[in-house]
Ligand binder design. Structure first.
Ligand code: MRU
Length: 367
């Protein structure tokens, strides 16, 4: 399997069986490439909360497809879609695309004319959400590429070193990714680009997903432990940081995988530009103060006390802590807008501020 490219998708209807939605089981990568079937909306909720699928845009798309499954498997499709919506909203609290997709599909269903085939209606909207996401990521890639081009010019063609955290590549979206789209586009056009990939404890999205994705495409990259970024920046080894985000406030604060804030602080201290790539579906126009208002997901302590990997050819999980070690597992943090050099969106690059965002998206910025 190659991630990205014109045919790649992270979620799709099973060939020849429109009752089944299929996804890549991201819990198994990079050691196993398993396709996971979703047959009920409850399967969709479980796929999101167990992180079989993850990444804000893919979580949103999975929610839409789960509502399709709800309509398909019930004699009272509208009631079932409402029930699914309630459970989906609770499945992961931080990524706002989830709420965006649930509300979009619900609105469609509530406004449907009597006698409408609800499952078919949601099916085409879920498909549209996926198609739109691919186009959005393509545009983010094109806009972000201008930044990498500029750095390459200033370095006379020397390697452009990008640092990223978590996985905001094709696997986190439907295709291309957000933070990694500019990198894929740069690599495709022959730019000398190299990515420092943060391991991203505790779920290791960097080592298990980003590094794997980049390798699939032959993009030069190096895995580093989460705490190495500051050291690399002090030694001129990072030209730009690009991360994704799960929720961006209308004032430009960004919630992303835990540890992103520390990268932004180190970047600020070392004059390294810190950019965040996002589709407009990730903007929460109702929130102004990210630190005070964005709910931060706390996950199972087992994610911290155990690591997943391979042993003698078999995938396995091992415990690394003592039995009685108290554990907290905050999954996200918020980087304040003042530490963000710019936001790379599908409509261009803007300042991380209300002026910047409302300037690009006047049609979405409800007062
Ligand atoms: O917990 P995850 O793996 O869903 O967290 C994902 C991230 O933090 C990504 O960087 C973010 O969703 C942006 S994805 C385009």
């Amino acid at each position: 399997m190659i991630t990205c490219g014109d045919d790649f998708r992270t979620i799709w209807l099973k060939d020849g069986d429109a009752d089944v939605v299929q996804v890549i089981d991201q819990r198994r990568l990079p050691h196993e490439h398993r396709i996971h079937d979703l047959r009920t909306w409850q399967d969709g909720v479980a796929a999101i909360s167990d992180m079989c699928v993850r990444g804000a845009p893919l979580i949103g798309a999975t929610a839409a497809w789960s509502m399709y499954l709800a309509a398909l498997t019930s004699k009272n499709p509208i009631d079932e879609v409402r029930a699914a919506a309630g459970a989906l909203r609770q499945s992961r609290p931080t990524a706002v695309n989830l709420h965006w997709a649930v509300e979009r599909v619900l609105r469609l269903v509530e406004n449907a004319a009597p006698g409408t085939d609800i499952a078919r209606l949601i099916c085409s909207d879920a498909q549209a959400i996926c198609d739109e996401d691919i186009e959005i990521c393509r545009r983010i890639g094109t806009h972000g590429l201008t930044l990498l081009d500029e750095i390459a010019k200033n370095k006379d063609g020397d390697t452009v070193n990008v640092l990223t955290h978590c996985n905001a590549g094709a696997l986190a979206t439907i295709n291309w990714g957000t933070a990694m789209a500019p990198v894929y586009f740069a690599h495709r056009q022959g730019l000398n680009v190299h990515v420092w990939v943060d391991e991203t404890r505790p779920r290791n999205q960097g080592s298990q997903l980003t590094a794997w994705e980049l390798a699939q495409h032959g993009v030069p990259h190096t895995l580093i432990v989460d705490n190495a970024g500051g050291h690399l920046m002090q030694h001129g080894q990072v030209d730009i940081v690009i991360t994704g985000t799960d929720r961006t406030t209308r004032t430009g604060d960004v919630a992303n995988k835990i540890g992103t804030y520390l990268k932004a602080l180190a970047a600020h201290d070392n004059d390294v530009p810190f950019y965040v790539a996002l589709p407009s579906t990730t903007i929460d126009w109702d929130v102004r103060d990210g630190i005070a208002e964005i709910p931060i997901e706390q996950r199972d302590p087992d994610e911290v006390s155990h690591v997943y990997g391979m042993h003698q050819g078999n995938p396995c999980t091992v415990k690394t802590t003592a039995n009685d070690t108290p554990i907290s597992n905050f999954a996200f943090d918020v980087t304040p807008a003042r530490l963000v050099t710019g936001l790379i969106t599908e409509r261009g690059i803007c300042e991380a501020s209300e002026t910047g965002l409302t300037g690009l998206f006047p049609d979405l910025a409800t007062t």
